[in-house]
Ligand binder design. Structure first.
Ligand code: HEM
Length: 397
């Protein structure tokens, strides 16, 4: 188990207002102008804001490790090589773009069709988050893992508890979030320990069975790691993909992109990629310095927590022209990094993209237009996730 203060992402004081949660970008710009890296005493972390240093933090895994940065410490997301290598390779084959498309494409389409049918049948305004963006990722990953759909509400609760973060750096706030997080991890682990044992006697055509059958082939994998990995997969892609799909519709309405997408003067894949740069769903990534080192000209002692702000890197004016403009036709010299980079590059990126691509292909085909049914977007209040907590919309069919 990692040091508590590192496993919890604490809200930077500067982002702790509703207005800043909705628009953190002026603050990121200000911080980039002040320098590449700063130390925040209140949260006990170095913060990196420039693209180059955020990439350096991601790819230099021997200098900047992940061990101890999360409470889900059995899973590979928070481990370093060699165990990270084994755990990741156990799952990697099932998350490659071609595998995901071939094996899970039909399930994604089935869920999308039903959710879009229900959405277009609505007469008035409805919350796109609750109706579409929240259910889709959880339905898909639950089916992939082979867990029952009656438990979806519970899985969602666990997912939400696991990305919980204190919104202020007080001990009481940390304690509260930590207790809920640890309880969710216990429940998640109990659930998967049991499911894994049952697969040993009764194999099924699902990912849990594939992991159980593969684990003995890997030197560094113990049963508890497999348990933690299933839990991680169940929760890692929920809140993130929900935020992604919500930001996509929000941005397409706000920027008037829907007719261009329907007329195919703008490519949907390009527009979705630009949404991920413009409204990056996972704002920070955390690392711990494994040696005395340096980042962006600032000395970083061994053991220090370092936070790299992906959301700031993706708006870095040194890399992206007019970074605060949503431009789905832009071309890149350097690619945006909404899914991180290096050995911890998001395993679920092809799945998240398949879900978003399938959803918007279907939705844009079925509507004449869409409008926001509110003047005021409520942000997802979190130091980790950027997005709208609710998106009231009206669809014109
Ligand atoms: C738009 C949706 C998503 C976003 C923005 C996102 C973002 C990220 C980021 C930034 C990382 C790297 C963190 C770091 O380097 O510290 C990551 C890692 C990861 N993501 Fe995602 N993610 C998304 C969806 C998913 C989905 C759908 C799944 C699985 C079902 C998933 C599973 C993972 C896993 C397992 C890792 C750890 C990879 C490793 O450490 O080797 N993610 N994600």
């Amino acid at each position: 188990m990692g040091d508590d203060s590192r496993a919890l992402a604490v809200m930077p004081g500067e982002l702790a207002t509703k207005a800043r949660q909705l628009d953190p970008y002026p603050w990121f710009r200000e911080m980039r102008a002040q320098g590449a890296v700063r130390y925040d005493d209140a949260r006990g972390t170095y913060d990196a804001f420039h693209y180059d240093e955020v990439v350096e933090l991601s790819v230099e895994y021997e200098r900047f490790g992940k061990e101890g940065t999360s409470f889900l410490d059995g899973a590979w997301m928070s481990r370093d090589p060699p165990i990270h290598t084994d755990l990741r390779s156990m799952a990697e084959n099932y998350f490659r773009p071609s595998y995901v498309q071939e094996h899970y494409g039909p399930a994604v389409e089935r869920h999308v069709e039903r959710l879009v049918d229900e959405a277009v049948a609505r007469d008035g305004p409805f919350d796109f988050v609750e109706a579409v963006a929240k259910p889709l990722p959880i339905l898909v990953i639950a089916e992939m893992l082979g867990v029952p759909s009656e438990k979806l509400d519970t899985f969602r609760e666990w997912s939400t508890a696991l990305i919980g973060a204190p919104t202020e750096p007080t001990e009481a706030a940390k304690q509260d979030v930590q207790e809920r997080m640890l309880a969710a991890i216990d429940s998640l682990n109990d659930f998967f320990r049991d499911a894994i044992e049952r697969r040993e006697d009764e194999p099924k055509d699902d990912l849990i069975t594939k992991f159980v059958q593969a684990e003995s082939a890997y030197e560094h994998i113990e049963r508890e790691n497999t348990v933690a990995c299933c839990g991680m997969l169940l929760v890692a892609g929920n809140v993130t993909t929900t935020a992604y799909m919500t930001s996509a519709l929000w941005t397409f309405i706000e920027e008037g992109t829907i007719p261009e997408l329907q007329g195919e003067t703008v490519d949907l894949g390009d527009a979705l990629e630009e949404v991920l740069r413009y409204r990056t769903p996972v704002m920070p990534q955390k690392r711990i310095a494994r040696e005395d080192t340096e980042l962006g000209g600032v000395e970083v002692p061994e053991g220090s927590l370092v936070t790299g702000w992906l959301s700031s890197a993706n708006r870095d004016e040194a890399v992206f022209e007019n970074p605060d403009e949503f431009d789905p036709t832009r071309s890149y010299d350097e690619t945006p990094i909404p899914f991180g980079k290096g050995i911890h590059y998001c395993l679920g990126a092809p799945l998240a993209n398949l879900e978003a691509q399938t959803l918007f292909t279907e939705l844009l085909d079925r509507i004449d237009g869409a409008t926001l049914a509110t003047d005021e977007i409520t942000p997802y209040f979190s130091p980790e996730i950027y997005g709208a907590a609710e998106l009231p919309v009206t669809l014109r069919t």
